[in-house]
Structure formats: structure tokens, C-alpha cells
Design a protein around this ligand. Structure first.
Ligand code: ASP
Length: 329
């Protein structure tokens, strides 16, 4: 028979377990009941709207998420007015436009290029690395040689506006990347197709006036992008050096595996970056980090460090709208 003391102990344990589960339950918003929302595509910043529209053409006609994300991010890559991605991207401090991109599909196939020059569509070169080589990442001249061997055309990516800005920058030559001034925004896109498969793509010209050879988080699988077809997909934008420290997109997906909603997972990853920055006495003022994520149920979410980051969502429920991400400071 249970003694009174044992009974009290057991009920104390039960109520503390209940309290834990209750607080945990408040944090973990798991959609067990609702049916999967698909297809869905989400992408970073305002250029995500046009990119989503292109991806939607494929997703809404039963196409594969991999094809959708590649087609989607090619829109800002080809647009010279988008000066932080692809053609027209701002150069490094030597005046060279160097591009980073990666892609990942539902089978965990991955392809990536870093510091690639002269090619308008680094995302397609990343896909070719994934599909046509025994490797997962090519950088610099090797990446360019490979691209040319695959029939990509060599082009001048430096547009006049970017060149003028670079010449102006050279007068002081101070490297101080700022938050939300769009001189380094990446397009990251993740999608769930009608077959319930996830893929993602991420492409950027990186931080304007970076050192030549600098590679950010965007082409690093796990940092700039991560897809796990059982769980979800995430991608990042903002100061790549900070995202890399926590392998940010992988962290977001692993948090979703633990049961966090996409929004909560993104928030926790941003908080981790803040903790690290604070421990280093690094000012958060000019720092920006944004994560976006979807899970296998087609739920989406985002979080950023400071106000100003937005992302575009296209699903059967949301008609390609730009949404302001919640922010921590
Ligand atoms: N994450 C990119 C990089 O560090 C830049 C950005 O998205 O703002 O190169």
C-alpha cells in the first residue's frame, strides 16, 4: 500500500511534471489535427514576392519543389535592380562580383558554389554540382571552370550603379555592414510540393565590399539553408559570420524536430546568436539575422533579430503576401 509520505512525494512529482509539460506545451505549437497545407513556398525579403510567383507556377501544377525553388530564386538573380543577388550584385572591395549559392532536395542531395564570378545563375551551377559531379561544393576558379564546361555563359555582372557605389566606398574604405539597408540581402527560399516533399535554395552576392574570397553562410549547407524531408526546411539571411557560428538553418530544423513550431524554432536560433554576441561584448545595433522556416505540415514562421525583416508566403491560404517577421530587439 502507498504510504502517505510516498503519496505526497508522488503527487508533488506529478504536479511538477504537469507544470513542465504545460509550460513546454505553451512553447510547442504542434499541429497534430490540421491537415497539411500544400503546396507552400516562402522566401526572404520583398524580392521573395516575385520569386514566389515563379515558384508557384511549378508548385501549383504538381511540380517538384526542387524545380520550384531553383526557378524562383533565378528571378532576383537575373534582375540587375536587385543589387544583393546575382547579376547586378554589389562587388567585393576589389570591385569583383562574387556569388554564393546552394540548393538541397528531399533526398538530402546538396550542391553549392562559393565565390563564383561571371555567372548570372549561381543557383543553377549549384544544382549542376549536385547532379553532375561526385562533389557537393565548388569554389572560385574551379566553380567557374565547371560552370563554363556545363555551357553557362561568362558575363560581366558589375552594373554601373554597383560600380559607382564601390568607387564611392573606396574613398573611405570602411567595412561596416549595416542591418536592413539592403546592401547584402540574400534570397533564401524553401518549399513543400503537392507530393509533400521539401527543397530549398539560397543565393546572394554576400556582404558588399567584403574581402575578396570571403564566403558567407549562404552556400554553406546547414548554415544558410537546410532541408530534412522528415521534419522541415529553413534558410537564413543577415550577417553570415554570425549564422555560421550556430549552423543556423540546421539548428532551426533540429528545433522543429524537437517539436517547436517554425516560428519558435527561428526565434530560439536568433536568441542563440544574441547570447553568443553578448558573451563577446559585440554590439547588436547593426546586426541583423533573419530565419524563415516551414515544417512538414506546411506551417511557416520566421524571426529576426531586429525590426525590418520581412518574408513572402504563397500557399492555398496566403496569396503571396509579404509578412513582417517578429523581432527580438
Ligand atoms: N547572409 C549573407 C552573407 O553573409 C548576407 C545577407 O543575407 O544579408 O553573405
Amino acid at each position: 500500500m502507498t504510504s502517505r509520505r510516498q503519496f505526497i512525494k508522488l503527487s508533488a512529482l506529478a504536479s511538477s511534471l504537469f507544470a513542465f509539460n504545460k509550460s513546454k506545451a505553451n512553447e510547442l505549437i504542434i499541429n497534430h489535427s490540421k491537415k497539411t497545407i500544400k503546396p507552400i513556398v516562402i522566401s526572404t525579403w520583398r524580392f521573395g514576392v516575385e520569386a514566389n510567383a515563379e515558384a508557384w507556377k511549378i508548385l501549383s501544377t504538381q511540380g517538384r519543389s526542387l524545380d520550384a525553388v531553383e526557378a524562383g530564386v533565378k528571378i532576383p538573380e537575373a534582375d540587375p535592380k536587385e543589387r544583393s543577388v546575382g547579376y547586378g550584385g554589389r562587388p567585393d572591395r576589389d570591385g569583383r562580383v562574387t556569388l554564393d549559392a546552394c540548393i538541397m532536395d528531399e533526398y538530402s542531395n546538396i550542391g553549392s558554389v562559393g565565390c563564383l564570378e561571371h555567372i548570372v545563375h549561381p543557383i543553377s551551377v549549384a544544382r549542376a554540382v549536385m547532379e553532375k559531379t561526385p562533389h557537393t561544393m565548388l569554389v572560385g576558379e574551379g566553380a567557374l571552370d565547371f560552370a563554363l564546361s556545363q555551357g553557362f555563359k561568362k558575363e560581366n555582372l558589375l552594373v554601373k550603379e554597383s560600380e559607382d557605389e564601390w568607387k564611392e566606398w573606396l574613398k573611405k574604405a570602411e567595412y561596416k555592414p549595416k542591418a536592413n539597408i539592403e546592401n547584402h540581402d540574400t534570397i533564401g527560399m524553401v518549399a513543400l510540393d503537392m507530393n509533400g516533399n521539401l527543397s530549398g535554395a539560397c543565393t546572394t552576392s554576400g556582404m558588399a565590399f567584403k574581402m575578396h574570397g570571403r564566403i558567407g553562410d549562404s552556400p554553406i549547407i546547414g548554415a544558410g539553408l537546410f532541408v530534412d524531408n522528415e521534419i522541415g526546411a529553413a534558410t537564413a539571411t543577415g550577417h553570415g559570420e554570425e549564422v555560421m557560428r550556430i549552423v543556423g538553418s540546421h539548428t532551426v530544423v533540429e528545433l522543429m524536430r524537437q517539436g517547436y513550431s517554425p516560428e519558435e524554432a527561428c526565434k530560439k536560433a536568433v536568441e542563440r546568436i544574441i547570447t553568443i554576441a553578448k558573451n563577446k561584448n559585440k554590439s547588436l545595433d547593426e546586426l541583423q539575422i533573419g530565419f524563415i522556416a516551414i515544417n512538414k505540415k506546411g506551417e511557416h514562421g520566421a524571426y529576426c533579430l531586429q525590426k525590418g525583416f520581412n518574408y513572402a508566403v504563397y500557399s492555398p491560404e496566403i496569396n503571396n503576401q509579404l509578412i513582417d517577421a517578429k523581432h527580438i530587439i
